[in-house]
Design a protein. Structure first.
Length: 312
């Protein structure tokens, strides 16, 4: 779902709720205010709530922040309320605490004059998502619970049963796409530098280490990669598109994971625009990379939008 589709879906759900009807979708949760990520208790609640939606069979899921469904009241909310630097930090929290990543994105919207934050969780092809060390708080005291799996049941999140797990695996088996690649990268290993020959700059390159995982049903031979670097806040000077073609394809079999250090060339980038100040700016802002996907081309000309997971 893109921003407009998310906004339309949330407007429909809120309209239904305000008319006096219940939101009878187990993959929709409403929160009066943002989780405080400086609080371990709130961080645990976020992991429980979001992973339970990712584990629940069905279409897209949402956490609507800034709306009290019980009392039909609004409380202005924005991503800046949560204490994180940017939305990529949400991915970092999931990566550190969940065995397998699930996609999540934030959209700040305005509904009928009210500011809301919407956490969008698309259907997961990789269920179950296990919290490696869940902290269950009772009276402010945490109790660590290893390898917990949560799922939505009605309007709340609960521990998954054997039946829930069987349903997840059944759903996963039936929704695995033919071709699908998940890609992760370490932002600290990403570096922009000039390509110099005989003391002259004739190109700009990006050094990066990708980890490709084939989560589809069929093997893939990648022959070309396009990668658009965009940042938050936006900066046109360093919003650069990179590409690389390979004489030897990267062949990845189903359920296989491959690490690959690569050098990508700037695409349609005027060399005269390059400066070492620009290089330093790019490298200093790499932690604020907002790019969501890589575009991959397979040897059979299949074009794949690969989800990009960024970590530090």
């Amino acid at each position: 779902m893109n921003f407009e589709e998310v906004k339309k879906e949330i407007s429909s759900l809120l309209s239904l709720s305000l008319s006096g009807q219940e939101i009878e979708n187990p993959k929709v949760d409403c929160k009066r205010q943002w989780y405080n990520f400086n609080s371990e208790e709130d961080k645990s609640k976020f992991l429980k709530d979001s992973s339970s939606i990712a584990n629940t069979v069905g279409l897209d899921g949402f956490i609507i922040i800034g709306y009290d469904e019980k009392n039909k009241t609004f409380f202005d909310a924005a991503f800046s309320d949560c204490g994180l630097r940017d939305t990529s930090d949400l991915n970092g929290i999931i990566n550190k605490n969940v065995n397998r990543f699930y996609d999540i994105s934030n959209h700040d919207i305005v509904y009928d004059g009210h500011k809301l934050s919407i956490l969008h969780i698309p259907p997961s092809f990789d269920k179950p998502h296990v919290l490696t060390c869940y902290k269950n708080f009772k009276n402010g005291i945490p109790k660590e619970e290893k390898h917990r799996i949560f799922v939505r049941k009605g309007t709340s999140s609960d521990y998954a049963t054997k039946y829930d797990l069987e349903f997840m695996y059944y759903d996963r088996k039936n929704v695995i796409p033919e071709y699908d690649i998940s890609t992760s990268m370490n932002l600290d290993k990403m570096e922009l530098y000039p390509n110099i020959y005989q003391n002259e700059i004739y190109g700009v390159r990006l050094q990066v280490k990708f980890t490709f995982e084939n989560i589809g049903r069929r093997p893939i031979a990648i022959v070309l990669i396009d990668f658009q670097c965009s940042f938050d806040p936006p900066d046109e000077e360093i919003n650069i598109e990179f590409t690389t073609g390979m004489l030897d394809p990267i062949i990845i079999h189903p359920n296989e994971m491959i690490d690959k250090e690569m050098k990508l060339d700037a695409k349609n980038f005027p060399v005269e625009s390059f400066s070492f100040d620009m290089r330093d700016k790019f490298n200093s802002k790499r932690r604020h990379l907002q790019t969501q996907y890589l575009t991959l081309r397979a040897s059979n000309n299949k074009v794949i939008k690969s989800e990009l997971i960024r970590y530090i």
